[in-house]
Design a protein around this ligand. Structure first.
Ligand SMILES: Cc1ncc(COP(=O)(O)O)c(C=O)c1O
Length: 422
């Protein structure tokens, strides 16, 4: 049996494959298949491999920790590596916010929901349409980017409400009108369905990830933050995809100069190993009774070591600023696509870069771009509610000349797809 057949026999089909590639290893920004062919990886394990593959600092940190021990339950005793990692997270999020560690993005979202209900004594939760927060029951109850994630599993967690995210192209509105629309929806929700005094938390992606790299109007997060403060509602920002320097600030919420009550982290946090975190205001954490939540693997010391190593490299090599600059360059390179028929929008914040196609033919165009990308040895990933968006999330240390060449190639591919030659 070849690998494809063995996979089909051995692995659950619920996770469909995006490509027919058979991987052997990674090197820097490249993935190499079993025949030795090299592919430029512009999706980095869905925004995880922030320094690409095989970074020596990450490997060294992993080996050093592996020689001590690979795992200890965080509730067993004091561990320097875990504390140092939490301190490093505090230094780039909100100073003084204690950190709770999990393994995956969804677990960090679950932790945020539990903390919010426990600390406020309120049950209501508000999220946004187009959001993706994960696939376990709590986070799934917030996820609203595609009915297929939810339908087979209902009923979900009660007292979760959704309003439209201020997504101009999705709503077909200008930026100002999209913001006014969302504001109106929240006011209507408070008037008609749930009094704000019953709402524990509003959970928001500062840039919607799976939803299509949607950047909200500049006034959105400051307005939301003020609304929450006025009503005693906690504001939780889900930075699982947009965090760790990718947008040109450590966290996307920092572009808006707000101070959320809860910050949710995952994906790139571990430099390639699975670890997630939820940092929250000290007084909230103090109201979270010891023993009422926890996990076996959360805060795994090997993942803390690799995450810390990745963070140090990002500091030393100024990769956050680099993400900002490379992102601006990418936008310039891709902007001319916006004039093509079939392309709705080219947008980005740092190295979260997206090209959106018209809704009707979007999915087939995106598939064609991905297939032609593969033929040209380049891996790109879809996004958007109907897979009408191509998203780029390269490693933050990608070689500039390589990235420039890839962008040129992508422009050529998209012109071909739109013009019907690919
Ligand atoms: C914004 C956001 N939150 C949460 C998650 C869930 O993370 P995980 O897949 O690690 O559970 C994702 C995953 O794509 C995400 O993009």
């Amino acid at each position: 049996m070849d690998l494809k057949e063995r996979h089909q026999q051995a692995i659950a089909g619920v996770v469909p494959l995006e490509t027919p590639l058979e991987f052997d290893r990674g090197e820097g920004s490249y993935l190499i298949d079993r025949s030795g062919r090299r592919y430029l990886d512009l999706m980095t394990g869905i925004a995880v491999n922030v320094l690409g593959y095989g970074h020596p600092a990450i490997l060294e940190a992993l080996q050093k920790q592996a020689q001590k021990y690979l795992h200890l339950y965080n509730g067993l005793g004091y561990q320097d590596i875990v504390v140092e990692f939490a301190e490093a997270i505090q230094a780039i999020t909100e100073p003084g916010y204690p950190v709770y560690f999990g393994n995956s993005g969804t677990e960090a979202v679950e932790a945020a929901l539990k903390l919010a209900r426990a600390a406020t004594g309120r049950a209501g939760i508000i999220a946004f349409r187009g959001a993706f927060h994960g696939r376990t029951y709590g986070s799934l109850s917030l996820t609203a980017s595609n009915a297929k994630y939810r339908s087979a599993y209902e009923p979900l967690v009660p007292m979760v409400y959704h309003v439209d995210y201020p997504a101009p192209t999705r709503l077909g509105l200008t930026s100002e009108a999209a913001l006014a629309h969302t504001q109106q929806q929240l006011m209507t929700l408070f008037a008609d369905e749930i009094d704000p005094s019953k709402v524990a938390v509003i959970v928001v992606e500062p840039v919607q990830g799976e939803g299509g790299y949607v950047i909200p109007p500049a006034g959105f997060l400051p307005w939301l933050s003020e609304l929450c403060q006025k009503n005693g509602i906690l504001l939780a920002v889900d930075e699982v995809q947009s965090g760790m320097g990718r947008t040109g600030r450590w966290f996307a919420y920092q572009h808006a100069n707000i101070h959320p009550d809860i910050v949710i982290l995952g994906k790139a946090l571990g430099g390639g190993l699975p670890i997630s975190a939820m940092a929250a205001r000290k007084d909230l954490m103090a109201r979270w009774a010891p023993g009422t939540h926890g996990t076996t693997f959360g805060g795994n010391p090997a993942a803390a070591a690799t995450g810390l190593a990745a963070l140090k490299v990002m500091h030393q090599e100024h990769l956050v600023e680099r993400a900002r600059d490379l992102g601006a360059f990418a936008l310039d390179a891709l902007k001319p696509l916006q004039d093509l028929p079939g392309v709705v929008d080219v947008r980005g914040l740092g190295l979260m870069v997206a090209v959106e196609f018209e809704a009707e033919r979007g999915e087939s165009m995106v598939t064609a771009v991905m297939e032609e990308g593969l033929r040209r040895s380049m891996i790109v990933h879809p996004a958007g509610l109907r897979h009408e968006v191509i998203r780029l999330m390269p490693p933050l240390n990608i070689d500039q000349a390589v990235f420039e060449a890839a962008l040129k190639e992508l422009v050529d591919i998209i012109r071909g797809v739109v013009g019907g030659t690919h």
